[in-house]
Design a protein around this ligand. Structure first.
Ligand SMILES: Cc1ncc(COP(=O)(O)O)c(C=O)c1O
Ligand SMILES: N[C@@H](CCOP(=O)(O)O)C(=O)O
Length: 473
């Protein structure tokens, strides 16, 4: 299996090369050259299987034999062994045909753990096989950073740098990044938005000498392996609800478009997904783009679902590439317009193709609060604010298309990560699970730096040089 860039100019890579490469050298994102299809019988066979069995079945065809099956299986088993629920990603029924898929039973209480735990093991395995070290970089609006730090901090082959927007993540999210005490972890508060942090990380990859000298590796959904691991729970949830014999729809709280794009991949692989519903908070660039065709970057609004306070949805580039018939030149032209004039217009044919699979709704702050309060009042279930945005979008989807198809809202985070929003909506302050007790009292370690590419690069170079000097002495 080879991987190609959405911008059409980079040489195709193998799975392991893609895993370690991050952004393609032409600035694009990697995608497999084709999507393996799982037929109905194969999908039906997932019924009653463990999460790890399904993971192995779904991801193996993308690895192209580059990892010995027993080693891959061991990494998968290890990645999910620490999850606090035996099903890893359990489904909970909320209403007649409405479900939530709880993706927050991993160590850092967000869906990021499901991919990051596996990614760290895959990267470690590949680096050891090559006898290399890497500089792991990531931008986060709160959850990717915490999950990456948890998954990578114990690994000897890597130095980890996570950029997050200063004062725009929740206290729990920040402390998950700043209190590990791990010597190879650097939490960096950038004086800007998540979009600024993400564009700084992409610029690091686009600086070829820096990228090569530091052997940069990306942990955002830039990294194809992140998206791949996230396709698995679409399969487990849909099969539990009757797939492949009946279709299922998903509502995915969306920011960087990685999680919902994983659902689109599952559909391309043969999973009968009817609608993929983009649930945005008041950062509504995607609902606007689907409505009008104009992808126009606006100001970032701070919301109670901060992990989705994103304007430039990185993975939308992957969907555009597919919807435009894999035309890298067209994607290059759109991305050039995006950086020059903060927007572009999607042509009618790709827009039609996107609308054939996706619906999109923006859920306001009062609606989000009302969803948290209503669910708590009616069923005693505490939904985090991101999941509540999904619930608000589900309500609109049902009003638009009816409730005949089972609808699964991805439960992307644990309510205890956002206690202020939950308390404001319900009067209840959710407690952290026992393994995080003491988090709010631990000493923090982080650096604040200006929103400036030179400052980011200097910080990383200096820290890597210091680490090398210490290792040599
Ligand atoms: C809790 C939570 N929900 C939803 C999202 C949105 O996911 P994506 O960026 O893959 O669209 C994020 C951030 O990624 C998140 O942390
Ligand atoms: N919401 C994310 C933003 C980064 O998304 P990613 O999936 O590209 O890593 C976060 O919590 O950091």
């Amino acid at each position: 299996m080879k991987y190609v860039s959405t911008r059409g100019e980079a040489a195709p890579l193998s799975f392991t090369q893609t895993l370690l490469a991050g952004l393609a050298p032409d600035g694009g994102l990697y995608l497999p050259e084709s999507y393996p299809r799982l037929d109905a019988e194969r999908i039906a066979s997932f019924s009653g299987k463990s999460y790890t069995d399904v993971t192995e079945a779904v991801i193996s065809p993308f690895i192209g034999g580059e990892i010995v099956p027993a080693a891959l299986r061991a990494m998968i088993d290890d990645a999910y062994a620490g999850f606090r629920h035996p099903a890893v990603a359990p489904l909970v029924q909320l209403d007649d045909n409405l479900f939530t898929l709880e993706l927050f039973h991993g160590p850092t209480l967000a869906f990021k753990d499901l991919a990051m735990q596996l990614l760290a093991r895959l990267v470690d395995h590949a680096l050891k096989a090559r006898g290399q070290r890497a500089t792991v970089v990531g931008a986060t609006s709160g959850d990717t950073g915490a999950a990456a730090i948890e998954a990578f901090s114990g690994l000897s082959q890597v130095e980890v740098f996570i950029l997050y927007p200063h004062q725009r993540v929740s206290e729990v999210q920040r402390r998950q990044m700043t209190t590990t005490g791990a010597p190879n972890v650097h939490a960096i508060a950038v004086e800007g938005s998540f979009d600024d942090a993400q564009s700084a990380v992409k610029a690091l990859f686009n600086n070829r000498p820096l990228r090569e000298s530091l052997n940069l590796c990306g942990v955002n959904s830039i990294n194809w392996a992140r998206i791949l691991a996230q396709t698995v729970y679409y399969f487990t949830a849909a099969v539990a609800l009757g797939a492949p014999h009946r279709p299922v729809s998903f509502v995915t709280p969306t920011g960087n478009f990685g999680d919902i794009f994983a659902g689109w991949i599952a559909k391309r692989m043969g999973l009968p997904i009817d609608r993929l519903v983009i649930a945005a908070n008041s950062n509504d660039i995607l609902p606007r783009a689907l409505e009008s065709g104009a992808y126009a970057v606006g100001e970032v609004h701070a919301t109670q679902s901060p992990s989705m306070d994103i304007q430039v949805s990185s993975n939308f580039e992957r969907l555009l590439f597919e919807a435009q018939g894999r035309d890298g030149a067209a994607v290059r032209a759109w991305m050039a317009q995006l950086s020059q004039s903060r927007g572009f217009t999607i042509d009618p044919a790709p827009l039609k193709a996107i609308r054939a699979d996706f619906d999109a709704f923006s859920v306001s702050e009062p609606e989000t609060t009302a969803e948290i309060a209503r669910l708590w009042r009616e069923s005693g279930y505490l939904a985090d604010p991101h999941t509540a945005v999904g619930l608000g979008a589900a309500r609109r989807e049902i009003a638009t298309r009816g409730a005949a198809t089972p609808l699964v809202v991805l439960g992307t985070a644990h309510a205890a990560k956002f206690p202020d929003a939950i308390e404001a909506a319900t009067g209840v302050r959710p407690a952290l699970p026992p393994h995080l007790h003491g988090l709010l009292e631990r000493a923090e370690q982080f650096s604040i730096i200006p929103n400036d590419q030179g400052a980011v690069e200097r910080f990383i170079r200096d820290a890597v040089a210091e680490q090398s000097a210490q290792a040599a002495s």
